[in-house]
Design a protein around this ligand. Structure first.
Ligand SMILES: Nc1ncnc2c1ncn2[C@@H]1O[C@H](COP(=O)(O)OP(=O)(O)OP(=O)(O)O)[C@@H](O)[C@H]1O
Length: 239
């Protein structure tokens, strides 16, 4: 078994203006070879955190704090919206610009069909666009991948397949993978750690094991109770 190497350190990262805090100072570490989930209600700051990790903030806001990576390590973002794709290029021509050795194998795993490959962005369904966005991030062969809602819009079996693929990127390729998701049920299955955000604040960094035992913050527990099938349940230990 490979020893775990700390890959990415976040120290007091925040997004703010004179009037408001969008992301309050938060600190955590992400580890190579692990999949970390980010969960929280809509508007809790998940996408802002993803952008902040890559040094980007909304116009009029300031980024403070530090994101440090070992020298030579890089981060790729699989964005939430397909608007980041070049509207004038087919998916395959955009992917080939980032191609690297081994990309063919990953294309097969991600099942980028010839149909998706040949599409211009406006011709993609929501799920097809998600696969194209994730492929674009993984093909860059970076040491760290941030995937913002990679499975939103996918059918259940494609989503399960994609979560398994993300977990393999971490466990087999020893990459650090951060997955932002509304789907706590999937994250409980694949994540090593889970960051819980609420209104721009980091509630806690916890683990699926702790959540399933109910050993978590009340807000995290409420998210667990919101999973269809858990409504009204108070026995987290048998999720
Ligand atoms: N450009 C912006 N200017 C001002 N406020 C913004 C901007 N972008 C995001 N926000 C605010 O920051 C907060 C967090 O937004 P963010 O997109 O990170 O939420 P999220 O947790 O990813 O939500 P969702 O799950 O719905 O995608 C929201 O209240 C949002 O209104």
């Amino acid at each position: 078994m490979c020893p775990e190497v700390s890959l990415l350190k976040v120290n007091a990262l925040s997004i703010h203006s004179e009037e408001m805090n969008l992301l309050s100072p938060l600190s955590f570490e992400l580890t190579a070879g692990q999949l970390t989930g980010v969960i929280g209600a809509s508007g809790s700051g998940k996408s802002l955190l993803a952008q902040a990790l890559l040094g980007s903030v909304p116009r009029g806001f300031t980024l403070s704090g530090e994101v440090s990576l070992p020298q030579g390590k890089r981060v790729a973002l699989s964005a939430q919206s397909a608007s980041v794709l070049d509207p004038l290029r087919t998916v395959i021509s955009q992917l080939m610009r980032r191609v690297s050795p081994g990309a063919g194998k990953r294309a097969a795993q991600l099942q980028i069909s010839p149909k998706i490959a040949a599409c211009y962005p406006h011709q993609l369904s929501g799920g097809m666009a998600k696969k194209a966005l994730l492929a674009q991030a993984t093909w860059q062969q970076t040491d760290f991948i941030v995937a913002d809602e990679p499975c939103c819009g996918l059918d259940a079996s494609s989503a399960t397949e994609l979560y398994r693929y993300l977990a393999k990127l971490a466990s087999q390729e020893r990459r650090g993978v951060l997955v932002i998701s509304h789907n706590l049920k999937h994250l409980l299955t694949v994540a090593d750690d889970i960051l819980v955000l609420k209104e721009g604040l980091l509630v806690e960094k916890t683990t699926p094991e702790k959540i399933l035992k109910g050993l978590c913050a009340p807000y995290t527990y409420a998210l667990w109770q919101a999973i269809p099938g858990n409504w009204g349940r108070t026995d987290a230990a048998v999720a």
